[in-house]
Design a binder for this molecule. Structure first.
Ligand SMILES: [Zn+2]
Ligand SMILES: [Zn+2]
Length: 353
């Protein structure tokens, strides 16, 4: 039942609804009703993400259309279910898009990002209101102070993945780290890796992104579209051309995975962070693993611990987030947002309902 004290006009809201690949419509739909363990948030800022781009092009295996598009957001609580404790209307909140079950083998083993029933079902950020499911309310709905803007807070989910990725990369003080890809994820990696006391080489094909990487503190940048052999170029920038201590892939393409593996020194760490399409195969020179003892790992998603630490980074102003938001549009201009996203223009685009 809708709280009668709330003055929702006709109980409807504007929302960008996904119907099929290449078909997202701005519509007037019902404001979702909430259950006893749920909350309703008035979205104050939402952000585009690489996942939205992929979803727009090919759909999403977890969501059956029609569904409201977008998943990164921050806003104000407007309504809480009868069983929700400690959360009150008016609070500034941000939520991750998932929560682990806490009862499967992996959760009990402390590997929450591998949870057998990881609840990744939060979509609906490109709308005036979004309902947060109970399992997320209890684990991954966080409050943030007024010194943090809604746009900054909306970075929480991707930054949580990056915090997880950096932790698993086992970076030491003084290391040289190469990051392949200077999109939103790569540029967040750059900043968090620098907090670990490493110097960063970053590669991309887009000059505009590399310029931003320099502004954000990269030691060297390489435009891979302008060099013959990116692996050699990276090695040349390391002592005795031995390769980087840590190499991170933040693109999600098999050819870049293969290059990343060749960029580390003997005994180095390779973090293949960018997800490739299911069924993708990559080839690896087996001697790199045996004789060179390189370490290769993948890192997926985040856990409630990473989400909390990511929020601390945002609240401590440890990361330059404003520089990563390159455009801003009202929700009514969602078609412009999608166009820019498809053309890989800018880094993150803010959508303001
Ligand atoms: Zn995202
Ligand atoms: Zn689980």
């Amino acid at each position: 039942m809708r709280n009668k004290n709330l003055n929702f006009k006709n109980n409807t809201m504007k929302a960008a609804v996904f119907y099929a690949p290449h078909l997202v419509k701005l519509e007037e739909i019902n404001i979702p009703d909430i259950g006893p363990d749920e909350v309703l948030v008035k979205v104050k800022a939402a952000l585009t993400c690489g996942t939205d781009r992929k979803t727009y092009l090919r759909g999403h295996h977890l969501f059956n259309p029609p569904f409201v598009f977008g998943h990164e957001f921050a806003g104000d609580i407007v309504e809480v279910g009868s069983k929700v404790k400690k959360i009150k209307p008016g609070m500034r909140v941000v939520a991750a898009n998932s929560a682990p079950c806490n009862s499967c083998f992996y959760c009990k083993n402390g590997e929450h990002s591998l949870c057998d029933s990881l609840f990744i079902q939060l979509s609906g950020a490109f709308a005036e209101y979004i309902k947060i499911p109970g399992i997320i309310v209890s684990q991954n709905l966080l409050l943030f102070p007024e010194i943090v803007s809604y746009k900054e807070a909306a970075f929480l989910e991707p930054l949580s993945c990056v915090v997880h990725g950096v932790e698993e990369s086992k970076i030491n003080l003084g290391d040289t780290v190469v990051i392949n890809g200077a999109g939103p994820i790569g540029l967040m990696f750059l900043q968090v890796v620098k907090l670990k006391g490493a110097r960063v080489i970053i590669t991309d094909m887009l000059e505009e992104r590399l310029k931003l990487a320099i502004k954000l503190g990269a030691y060297k940048v390489i435009n891979v579209s302008k060099v013959q052999n990116p692996v050699e170029e990276v090695k040349k920038l390391t002592e005795d051309k031995r390769g980087a201590d840590v190499a991170i892939e933040a693109v999600g393409l098999p050819e870049v995975w293969e290059q990343t593996i060749s960029m580390v020194r003997k005994g180095g760490m390779v973090n293949l962070f960018g997800g490739c399409k299911r069924g993708t195969k990559v080839s690896i020179d087996a001697s790199l693993i045996h004789y060179s003892q390189i370490n290769i790992k993948g890192v997926f998603h985040h856990t409630p611990g990473h989400v909390k630490r990511a929020l601390n980074l945002i609240c401590n102003k440890a990361i330059d987030i404003d520089s990563l938001i390159t455009d801003e549009f009202p929700l009514s201009e969602i078609s412009n947002v999608i166009e820019l996203m498809l053309a890989h223009k800018g880094i993150k685009i803010a959508v303001i309902p």
